[in-house]
Design a protein around this ligand. Structure first.
Ligand code: NAD
Ligand code: ZN
Length: 354
C-alpha cells in the first residue's frame, strides 16, 4: 500500500492507495469512529457493483446508506437538501461520520453536506473513479452546482481519510477512465516531466493498470504539495486548472453532453500550450508533446470549436479578474506559471490563427 500524509495545519490526513482496500474499510475507519454511527453516501451504479463488499467490511459498525442517482444532476440544491434532511432524520451527530463512496459527484455532494450539516461532521472519502482518486477526493473542495454555473456553492472541508481502492477502476467505462487520464497527464504537464514522459510508455489501459498505484500516488503527491502551500486557492493551487479555462468553456459550449470533462480538458491543454508558444512563454514543441501523450491515451486532440463563443464564455467566467483572464501556461513540460491575458489580446491571437 502507498500512503501520503497531507500536512494541513490542524487537519492532517492520509491518502491510502492500493488494490483491495474496500474490503478493509471497517478496520481502516476504526480510528475515526468517535460517535455511534456512520452515514454512507453512494450512487446507484457504485452501490450495485460494490455496496456488498463495503457492508461486509463494516463488521457490526452501525450505519445508514443513502443512495443517489448517478450523474451530475445530483450535485444540486435538491439532493443536497434531501441528504441533509436524511442526516437529521437519523439523528446524525457532530461526532458521527459521513463516508462518501463514489466518484467526484458523490464526493462533492457528500463532502458539502458534511461541511454544512451541524456546521461540520467528519467525513471520509472512498473515491471510485480515476478522476476522483487523482483529483476530487483530495484537497478539500466540496460543493454543488447552481443554475448559474458549476460548483458555485461549496466549502473547503478536508476529509479525515481517503481510501483509494484501485481495483474498483476495472469496472469504469472507457470514457470515464480516459477522463481520469486527462487529469493524470495534466499533473505531469504542470509539475513532473518524469511522470509526463512515463505516460508515453503505456500501450493501453491494461498496461496503465499494472502501474496504477504508482501513477495515482504521483498525482496525489503533486496535489498534496500544491494544496499544502495554497489550501484556499489564492495562488499556486490555480495551476491545477491547466487546460481548464478553455476546458470548462468547451464543456459548456457542448451543453456538457458533447465532451466529457476529461476530453474538454485535453483540448484545453492543447489550446493553452499553443497560446503559450505563440506568446513565447512555452518552450516550442510542448504542444506537440501534449498531442502525442493525449492521443496515446485516446483523448481528443482536435475538435470543431468556435473560439469566439469559447472566449465569450471565458470572459463571463469567474476566472476573469480586473487585469485580464488568468491562464495557466507551461514554461516547459513539468513547469507551469499563472499568466494573465487581456481579453482583446486573446481575440487577436485567435484571429491571427493559433
Ligand atoms: N472537489 C474537487 O476538487 C473536484 C475536482 C475535480 C472534479 N470535481 C467534480 O467531480 C465530478 C466528476 O467526478 P467523476 O468523473 O468521478 O464523475 P461521477 O462521480 O459522475 O462518476 C462518473 C460515472 O462513473 C460511475 N462510476 C463511479 N465509480 C465507478 C466504478 N468504480 N465502476 C463503474 N462505474 C463507476 C458513476 O456512477 C458515474 O456514472 C464533477 O462534478 C466535478 O465538478 C471536483
Ligand atoms: Zn478537471
Amino acid at each position: 500500500m502507498k500512503t501520503i500524509d497531507v500536512k494541513l495545519l490542524n487537519r492532517p490526513y492520509k491518502i491510502l492507495i492500493d488494490f483491495g482496500l474496500l474490503k478493509r474499510t471497517g478496520q481502516l475507519i476504526e480510528p475515526f469512529l468517535t460517535g455511534e454511527k456512520v452515514a454512507i453516501v453512494s450512487d446507484e451504479i457504485v452501490w450495485n457493483l460494490y455496496g456488498k463488499i463495503l457492508l461486509e467490511s463494516l463488521n457490526g459498525i452501525k450505519h445508514q446508506v443513502f443512495i443517489q442517482p448517478s450523474g451530475e444532476e445530483t450535485k444540486s440544491i435538491k439532493y443536497f437538501e434531501d441528504l441533509c434532511e436524511h442526516f437529521a432524520e437519523i439523528g446524525l451527530m457532530r461526532t458521527d461520520l459521513v463516508i462518501s463512496f463514489g466518484g467526484g459527484v458523490v464526493g462533492d455532494l457528500a463532502g458539502f453536506a458534511s461541511a454544512s450539516y451541524m456546521r461540520g461532521v467528519s467525513f471520509i472519502q472512498i473515491p471510485t473513479t480515476l478522476l476522483s482518486q487523482v483529483d476530487s477526493s483530495i484537497g478539500g473542495k466540496t460543493g454543488i452546482n447552481l443554475k448559474h454555473g458549476k460548483n458555485l456553492l461549496g466549502a473547503f472541508w478536508q476529509p479525515k481519510l481517503v481510501i483509494s481502492d484501485v481495483s474498483l477502476l476495472d469496472s469504469l467505462e472507457e470514457r470515464e477512465f480516459q477522463a481520469g487520464m486527462a487529469e493524470v497527464i495534466k499533473y505531469g504537464a504542470i509539475e513532473s516531466k518524469e511522470l509526463f514522459d512515463s505516460l508515453l510508455k503505456y500501450a493501453d489501459r491494461k498496461e496503465v493498470m499494472k502501474d496504477i498505484v504508482n501513477i495515482i500516488y504521483e498525482c496525489c503527491d503533486i496535489k498534496r504539495r500544491i494544496v499544502e502551500h495554497d489550501e484556499l486557492d489564492f495562488g499556486e493551487r490555480m495551476k491545477l486548472n491547466f487546460g481548464h479555462t478553455f476546458g470548462h468553456a468547451i464543456e459548456r459550449a457542448g451543453n456538457y453532453k458533447k465532451h466529457t470533462h476529461g476530453e474538454a480538458v485535453a483540448l484545453g491543454m492543447i489550446i493553452a500550450s499553443k497560446i503559450g508558444e505563440r506568446l513565447g512563454i512555452t518552450a516550442s514543441g510542448c504542444s506537440d508533446k501534449l498531442i502525442d501523450v493525449l492521443s496515446q491515451h485516446n483523448l481528443p486532440i482536435s475538435a470543431d470549436l468556435d473560439y469566439k463563443e469559447l472566449i465569450d464564455y471565458i470572459i463571463n467566467d469567474k476566472k476573469k479578474n480586473k487585469s485580464g483572464i488568468n491562464f495557466i501556461l507551461l514554461k516547459d513540460i513539468g513547469k507551469s506559471i499563472i499568466h494573465s491575458i487581456d481579453a482583446d489580446d486573446l481575440f487577436s491571437l485567435f484571429e491571427r490563427g493559433i
